[in-house]
Write a protein that binds this ligand. Sequence first.
Ligand SMILES: [Zn+2]
Length: 287
Amino acid sequence: MTAVDIVYRYAAHDISAKPMPFDSSAALLRLNNGNRGFSALLDHINDDTGVIQQIIPVDPRDLGLTSDGARSVKQRPFAAVLGCSDARVPIELIFNEGPNDLFVVRVAGNGLGIDVLGSVKYAIENLGGTLKLVVVLGHSGCGALTAAVDIFLNPSKYLALAAKHGLRSILDRALLVVHASANKLMAMFGPDAAQRPGYRQALIEASIATNAALAAYSMQQELVSGGLTELRVAYGVYIIETREVWAPRRTDFDGVGLAVVPRDPSGFGDLGDAIARSARIASFLSS
Ligand SMILES: [Zn+2]
């Protein structure tokens, strides 16, 4: 058994360890490398190598630790991330990032509600000097999408939500995605797909990916209509079981790492097909 230490190192004289990404591609690469490093590090936990240490350098000034009493440092995240509130998905940790690196919005089911959109747009409009990428990150086994799938499969359960307005608004948005995902699975695996034992699980996981992709696509459209054509939006699903990010894309249905969403509707349609064609979704239906 190996102990894995992940250390935040506050070193006053080592503040240039991580250069700021200069565009969307560089920001995407940094996040994907960070997640790859995090997942690979924890893969060693069952080895017998003693102790493995991963150091995340932190600029002490980012936490107000200034030797000269100067004013606190400015906010300078290089990416905005919309993630789920799920306690198993700590955003900075899974990307090997520290304070002042990411502008994070977390809400159950990582849906693009009006407050969420307002927060992300605030970041884009006010932190444009450093902010190079927007990310929507779902995760495996998401409770919000699971609840939506269960209502889709058994609509009478919706009655239990009659007096729960806040929860209803999250699930109503998710139900649209579940419906579209069910159609995709039906088209891909035939009309009997719903009878297979793993269908509910396949629908949950396909809906999670589609939900993140749709929020990312919608965000990208908002940016384009606002004239912000340089800023890209990426999506992905954090797989809790492997700690890797999975993002089906047109060229790789089981792609590892965040993927930039297409800007056009037909490209988004291809993304929906890629999700349904992935080995991950097929694995649930064959079980
Ligand atoms: Zn969730």
